[in-house]
Design a protein around this ligand. Structure first.
Ligand SMILES: [Zn+2]
Length: 275
């Protein structure tokens, strides 16, 4: 498994994707946004690979930091098979709704942050259920309702289902942006991960973590902490400050990768929906 740091926003340890083996050649696990396509290409070249050497793209979910480059990648490499959950698939084929809501959230910073969104032709889209080229795909909702993870030989390609954790840090951030965070669903997803007894968690933000039980315990603890704070009426500014204190020395990097204010909004929406 190769790990490529895409230097998102000029920052190391923000977005990193993986090249993995499958029963049908090489696959990329998540592709990052269009703004980091040159970094993806350079990263592949560093291992003697070209975009055309990838047969498959396995997507965890369609958020732009994970899948934004899918359309431009397929335009460049029309043979690429793009695997995604059934719920996520229509948004790859027609990303207009996704783009509208992201533009609402990001305003003027949309273009420099994410770059282009382009449709993935239907003929390239494959719905991931069960076995995907020797990897077991399974639903891991919580961070997003359409999130899936892939498991093979002790490796969990986690996406955001195992949260965000910087290399060498112990803090695990339960990144919970709008619109469909589900706290209970997330706990169920962690249980589904534990059942498979992974030896390593491959995160997009960031890197591979091997202390799996410690990591997942911390994720669940922080998830409940955030849910409780928002449930108890903590406002956005206070929430952000508390999260900064929790994240400690790496707070700025965590906040850049998974903005705390967005997680407040996601949690708020979760509780408002339930009320
Ligand atoms: Zn996400």
């Amino acid at each position: 498994m190769l790990h490529l740091d895409l230097n998102f926003g000029g920052s190391p340890h923000a977005v990193g994707v993986y090249v993995v083996n499958t029963d049908d050649g090489l696959a990329l696990f998540d592709c990052g946004p269009s703004s980091t396509l040159p970094a993806l290409e350079a990263g592949l070249a560093g291992h003697g690979l070209r975009i055309e050497d990838l047969r498959h793209l396995l997507l965890s979910h369609i958020h732009l930091d994970h899948a934004g480059a899918a359309g431009p990648l397929v335009r460049r490499h029309p043979e690429l098979n793009v695997w995604v959950s059934e719920i996520g698939a229509p948004h790859l084929v027609d990303p207009s709704r996704l783009e509208r809501s992201a533009r609402r959230l990001y305003g003027e910073s949309f273009d420099p942050l994410w770059g282009e969104l382009a449709p993935v032709p239907e003929r390239n889209v494959r719905v991931a259920t069960g076995d995907v080229l020797g990897w077991e795909s399974f639903p891991t909702p919580g961070h997003a309702s359409h999130h899936i993870s892939y498991f093979r030989d002790g490796t969990l390609l986690a996406g955001d289902a195992a949260g965000v954790r910087m290399p060498g840090a112990s803090y695990v951030l339960p990144v919970s942006p709008p619109p469909d965070v589900d706290v209970e669903g997330w706990h169920a997803s962690v249980a589904a991960i534990r059942v498979r007894k992974p030896e390593r968690l491959a995160l997009i933000h960031f890197g591979v973590h091997e202390d799996v039980d410690v990591h997942l315990d911390r994720l669940e603890l922080e998830l409940d902490r955030w849910a409780e704070r928002v449930h108890d009426g903590m406002e956005q500014q206070a929430f952000v400050e508390a999260a900064q204190a929790d994240a400690g020395a790496d707070a700025d990097l965590y906040d850049r990768v998974a903005p705390f204010w967005q997680s407040w909004q996601g949690m708020k929406r979760y509780w408002d929906k339930r009320a």
